[in-house]
Design a protein around this ligand. Structure first.
Ligand code: SF4
Length: 321
């Protein structure tokens, strides 16, 4: 399928989110549906956000919304204006202990993948900032560096997904995203410009070892991230099929629940050991999968589920309620 691009309208761009279980947010704003980065492991096409829109996507020329992930993008250009109206009327704001009232931009697409999404994202950040909301950017794109003038505020934290620093491996796993070496440079730029930063070491492929994690965390500490999230690749949905289609040999070793859980446990142990040795254990935040229950100790699992991060948002004046 050749790339399909367009725009789309949605009724309410500010959605409550269950991602407080990962310590990420209480709300999400998604500036588009679809994502041109087309990461092979991406779980988004398996979620209701895409599954409930099959017919709509077919009518726009997307033949297989799951397997064609990475080949379509529908940008929600009206979101900044919509958000302004919603925020001006909103009298209550959800603020759970792990979600901290934060708005994640984005959970189901990349906010800085094209100039068009970057423009919408800039408007979103400006609207949220006008209402003193906490904003968490999550991207693999580089265009956020052009927005440093509005991202280096205390109500904003910028994070990039950086599972490794191997550009060659990245070409296989996240074929259309900017190489990790460039993402790292962008983060150094943001750090030097005073942006609050975090890193998602996610998702890590099963062949990463303790030494790989140590080297990676040492590099990451150069940008002084407030928190370092971690999770391994999960290949048990339609993403597993895309990973196999992309020729990722390691996929078979994690397609079944038991082998995936064993890999998760091994890497969990490795990244904790690496973080201890590098001296960043206090910033490491594990994203455990509830499906690990029965494979890891309940106490260990429950410790991380819904755990607030160590990020400090205290310098903010209280949000408008
Ligand atoms: S950048 Fe994020 S949303 Fe886009 S394909 Fe990759 S994992 Fe999915």
């Amino acid at each position: 399928m050749s790339i399909v691009k367009g725009v789309e309208k949605i009724v309410n761009p500010l959605q409550q989110s269950a991602l407080n279980k990962k310590g990420l947010c209480d709300y999400v704003v998604n500036v588009a549906s679809g994502c041109l980065h087309g990461c092979t492991f991406c779980y988004v096409p398996s979620t209701p956000a895409i599954r409930t829109k099959q017919a709509q996507l077919h009518s726009k020329g997307v033949s297989d919304p799951q397997m064609d992930w990475g080949q379509y993008l529908f940008v929600r250009e009206e979101i900044p204006e919509q958000l302004e109206k919603i925020l001006s009327r909103k009298r209550t704001w959800r603020e759970t202990p792990p979600g901290k009232g934060v708005v994640l931009v984005c959970s189901g697409t990349d906010p800085y993948q094209t100039k068009q999404t970057a423009n919408v994202t800039r408007g979103v950040v400006e609207a949220l900032s006008r209402y003193n909301k906490k904003v968490r950017i999550l991207t693999r794109g580089l265009l956020w560096v052009n927005d440093i003038d509005i991202l280096n505020r205390t109500n904003v934290i910028v994070g990039m997904s950086l599972p490794y620093l191997n550009d060659e491996l990245s070409r296989q796993i996240e074929p259309q995203a900017p190489p990790p070496s460039q993402r790292y440079k962008a983060m150094l730029t943001g750090h030097k410009a005073g942006c609050r930063m975090y890193v998602a070491v996610a998702p890590t492929p099963p062949n990463m070892t303790l030494d790989d994690f140590k080297r990676h965390l040492e590099k990451i500490m150069c940008i002084n991230p407030e928190v370092i999230f971690w999770e391994p690749i999960n290949a048990r949905g339609s993403n597993g099929k895309r990973m196999i289609a992309a020729g990722l040999d390691f996929t078979d070793s994690i397609r079944h629940k038991k082998s995936w859980a064993e890999c998760f446990k091994r890497q969990w142990n490795d990244i904790e050991t690496a973080a201890r040795e590098v001296g960043c254990e206090d910033r490491l935040h594990i994203w455990p999968d509830p499906e690990l229950r029965g494979f890891v100790d309940d106490v260990k699992l429950d410790y991380w589920l819904y755990k607030p991060t160590v990020e400090k948002w205290d310098s903010l004046t209280p949000s408008k309620k």
